[in-house]
Design a binder for this molecule. Structure first.
Ligand SMILES: [Ca+2]
Length: 434
C-alpha cells in the first residue's frame, strides 16, 4: 500500500440541508446503462471497473488530509495498518483488550492490535461463504454487549446459495485470539436467490441490548420483487432480534417490544423497520440510543436516516420513495408516517442542480463519534461515499464534506469508541479531529 498524503483543498461553504431537500428533483432517469444501475446503484463493494468511474479521483491508496470545518472540525484520516484482504467491516469487542476485528469479504475475521495485523485469523469461515457478484461475502460483524463474559459475537455472510445468514460464534474465553469454526451456529437464514446484490448484512446492538440487522431488498434494480414494503418479507428491512437467549428451537427470541410480535408471519414478528433498499451500514449512537441507517440509493439519491429504537411503525419509504423523491408509485399504498432522511447525497447524472460536494453514488454509513480524543467531532455522524471518496460529517441539520478517501467500505468503533475506517484495498484508517 502506498501512503502518500494528499492535501484536500478547502471546500466551499456547504449547501445547507434544506437546500438539498428542496433541490429540483428530476424524474428518475431511465437511460442509465445497466452497468451503471447494477454497479453504481448497488454497489458497496463493487470494484469500479467501467469508464463511468474514470473520474473517480481517489483510488484506495491515499490517506488524506484535513478539510473545512463542521463546527470547527478539521478531520484527519490516517493509515493505521494495511495488508488486509478486501475488508468489509470493523468492530471491537469492548472488553478493554484494545483489539480491532476486521471482517474480510472471503470469510476471515482478523485481529488488528497495536498497529499490526495478527497473522492467525480470529475466525475463518471461508469454506461456507459465497462470493458471487460484486456484493456477496462476509458482510457484518458485531460483538455481544456481554462478550467479556460470554465470548459471543455475531456475523452475517452470504451462503453458497446466496442466502444471507446471521450466525453466532463463540470464543472459548474472551481473551483468546482465535475462535473455532465449529462454534458457528446459524441464528437466522434470509433466502436471497433472486440476485447477488443488495444483501445488507449490517449488524448493530442497540442500547436496549437487542440486535438490529439490516437486510437489502433482494437485489436487481428498482425493488423488482417488491419486498421492501411487504412486512412478511425479510428483505428490505431492519430486523430486531433478542440473541441473548433461545426460544424453543430458535436461537433467538422475538423481543417483547417488537410491534408485530404476535403476527402470524414469523418473519413479520422480527420487523423493526421496513422500506430500505440496501442498508449496507447501520449503527447505534451509544449516547442517544438512536439507530442510524445509511441506505444506498438507486439512480438519484443516497440517504441517511435516523430513528429512535423506541419508535413504532418505522418505514423508511423505499421503494415508494428514493430519498425524498417519488420512485415506485405502486408501492406507496400502505405508506403512513414515512421517515424522511436527515440528509441526502445526489447522483449528478440523474438530478439537475446536483453539484459537489454533496454528490454520492454509493453511501457508506458510519457512526456518531463518541470517543474522547477528538473533542470537536463528538456528536457528529461521520459517513462516506464509496465511489467519489467523499467523507462527510452530519450534525444538527448540517452536512459538510470533511475529507476525501476512496473506496471506504465501512467504519467501526474501537473499545474506547475511537473511529476507524476500512477501504476495499485493505487499509485500516484512523479517523480523528482536532
Ligand atoms: Ca428512504
Amino acid at each position: 500500500m502506498h501512503h502518500q498524503r494528499h492535501h484536500v483543498s478547502a471546500y466551499p461553504d456547504s449547501i445547507p440541508n434544506e437546500t438539498m431537500r428542496n433541490m429540483k428533483t428530476s424524474p428518475r432517469i431511465q437511460a442509465v446503462s445497466l452497468a451503471a444501475v447494477v454497479c453504481v446503484a448497488a454497489g458497496a463493494v463493487v470494484l469500479p471497473s467501467s469508464a463511468a468511474y474514470a473520474d473517480t479521483a481517489t483510488a484506495d491508496t491515499e490517506s488524506t488530509a484535513t478539510g473545512r470545518s463542521l463546527s470547527g472540525v478539521a478531520l484527519s484520516v490516517s493509515p493505521y495498518v494495511s495488508g488486509l484482504n478486501n475488508p468489509t467491516a470493523l468492530a471491537a469487542a469492548r472488553d478493554g483488550r484494545g483489539r480491532l476485528f476486521v471482517a474480510e469479504r472471503a470469510g476471515v475475521v482478523r485481529i488488528v492490535k497495536s498497529g499490526r495485523v495478527y497473522k492467525k485469523p480470529y475466525l475463518n469461515i471461508s469454506s461456507v461463504v459465497g462470493s458471487n457478484g460484486g456484493e456477496q461475502g462476509l458482510l457484518g460483524l458485531a460483538f455481544s454487549p456481554k462478550f467479556k463474559t460470554n465470548g459471543k459475537f455475531f456475523v452475517t455472510y452470504s451462503a453458497r446459495d446466496g442466502a444471507v445468514i446471521l450466525a453466532s460464534a463463540k470464543a472459548k474465553k474472551s481473551s483468546k485470539n482465535s475462535v473455532k469454526k465449529s462454534t458457528l451456529k446459524t441464528i437466522l437464514r434470509v433466502p436471497h436467490s433472486f440476485a447477488t446484490n443488495h444483501n445488507g448484512g449490517s449488524l448493530a446492538f442497540g442500547t436496549d441490548g437487542l440486535l438490529y440487522f439490516g437486510t437489502g431488498d433482494g437485489g436487481g434494480g428498482g425493488d423488482p420483487q417488491r419486498t421492501a414494503q411487504r412486512l412478511s418479507s425479510p428483505l428490505g428491512k431492519i430486523l430486531r432480534l433478542d440473541v441473548s437467549k433461545s426460544c424453543g428451537k430458535k436461537r433467538y427470541c422475538v423481543p417483547s417490544v417488537n410491534q408485530y410480535r404476535t403476527s402470524k408471519s414469523k418473519t413479520k414478528r422480527l420487523v423493526f423497520a421496513s422500506g430500505v433498499r440496501n442498508p449496507w451500514r447501520i449503527s447505534v449512537d451509544s449516547a442517544t440510543g438512536n439507530l442510524w441507517v445509511a441506505d444506498v440509493g438507486q439512480d438519484a439519491y443516497e440517504e441517511v436516516n435516523v430513528v429512535s429504537t423506541g419508535a413504532r411503525g418505522v418505514n423508511f419509504g423505499w421503494s415508494c420513495k428514493e430519498g425524498n423523491a417519488g420512485f415506485n408509485s405502486s408501492q406507496c399504498a400502505g405508506l403512513a408516517g414515512y421517515v424522511a432522511p436527515v440528509t441526502t447525497l445526489c447522483h449528478t447524472e440523474a438530478v439537475s442542480g446536483c453539484t459537489p460536494p454533496f454528490v454520492g453514488e454509493s453511501i457508506i454509513g458510519g457512526y456518531v463519534y463518541r470517543g474522547r480524543t477528538s473533542p470537536t467531532l463528538v456528536g457528529t455522524y461521520v459517513f462516506a461515499d464509496f465511489i467519489s471518496g467523499r467523507v462527510f460529517g452530519y450534525q444538527a441539520g448540517q452536512t459538510r464534506q470533511l475529507a476525501t478517501l476512496g473506496r471506504i467500505t465501512s467504519f467501526g468503533e474501537s473499545d474506547s469508541r475511537e473511529l476507524f475506517a476500512v477501504t476495499y484495498g485493505g487499509t485500516v484508517y484512523r479517523v480523528s479531529s482536532n
